[in-house]
Design a protein around this ligand. Structure first.
Ligand SMILES: Cc1ncc(COP(=O)(O)O)c(C=O)c1O
Length: 292
């Protein structure tokens, strides 16, 4: 994967309705989205030239903005078309797709009722890491200090840039300690999710995952739940307290970026990535592969 800084790359970015050269896709420092966090985004993947769950992501994108009290000035169909055009222009088939929308610069205060809503879509190379042998070793997770906020404290179902502030702090702390990521509890002390992925556990042949009542109900999470049901696996969405973690045998995380990634450790708890996780990894790989 390229290490060229993201503002230094070549290519095209869809910006407010047209494709502009990558390096020209700029915004002013006095943008409300930057100062007050009025910004939402999506993270999507294209496999074999097809954006997985393209329309569902566009719908969530618009919904995320509504939860932040602004309307994206493009329909779901227009956002879908913008993403497909940007992907096509990139010449990539396996790629990450990043739509982003933010309040512009007309007003610079807490209130910014009439600021222009800007929208951009960028696409970059991001191969999928379906190397089952390496993946099956599992990743190590730290326990995050920050908790997912109470739904009455923040618009927790919006993929809002501001909600990632505590994720970045938590992930940085985890990485400094040698972990890949961190598991966050929610405001009530229940197991919630990772900094950019949902979490699942397995014991006695059943799959358990926290209720997505105060964090993002990931599209990958929903896909994996469907795949598990198709397999006839017992799947339970429920409250999970951290003291239950020692009773689980397997653990994995799900997300557009993470796909299905086994976990071998969370703080003091150990897991052995096993057969059910492997089956779901493979089923997910099959599900995202475009069929003729
Ligand atoms: C905080 C958080 N939770 C969960 C997810 C998983 O969501 P999805 O599967 O829709 O990518 C993501 C990724 O976008 C995320 O950032």
């Amino acid at each position: 994967m390229s290490v060229i800084p993201f503002d230094q790359r070549d290519g095209w970015i869809w910006y407010d309705g047209q494709l502009v050269p990558w390096k020209d896709a700029k915004l002013h420092v006095l943008s409300h989205g930057l100062h007050y966090g009025s910004c939402v985004f999506e993270g999507e993947r294209a496999y074999g030239g097809q954006i997985f769950k393209c329309t569902e992501h566009s719908e969530r994108f618009r919904k995320s903005a509504e939860l932040l009290d602004f309307e994206i000035p493009y329909s779901v169909a227009e956002i879908d078309a913008a993403k497909r055009l940007t992907l096509e222009k990139s010449g990539l088939t396996d790629a990450y797709v990043r739509p982003v929308a933010w309040r512009g610069s007309e007003m610079m205060g807490v209130a910014a009722q009439h600021n222009t809503i800007h929208v951009a879509v960028a696409v970059w190379e991001w191969p999928s890491y379906f190397d089952p042998a390496t993946k099956m070793k599992g990743i190590r997770l730290d326990m995050a200090e920050y908790r997912r906020p109470d739904p009455q404290t923040a618009p927790c179902h919006s993929k809002a840039a501001g909600l990632y502030m505590i994720c970045t702090i938590s992930k940085h702390k985890a990485e400094r300690k040698g972990y890949a990521d961190a598991l966050m509890l929610d405001w009530q002390g229940r197991v919630a999710e990772c900094t950019g992925a949902n979490v699942f556990f397995i014991k006695d042949g059943a799959i358990h995952t926290p209720l997505a009542d105060c964090f993002l109900d990931g599209l990958t999470r929903r896909t994996v739940i469907d795949l598990a049901k198709r397999r006839g696996f017992d799947i339970q969405e429920r409250r999970i307290m951290p003291d239950e973690l020692e009773s689980f045998n397997e653990c994995f995380i799900t997300g557009t970026a993470a796909e299905v990634t086994p976990v071998s450790e969370i703080g003091p708890w150990r897991f052995q990535p096993g057969n059910m996780t492997k089956v779901l990894m493979e089923d997910y790989a099959g599900e995202v592969t475009p069929h003729a």
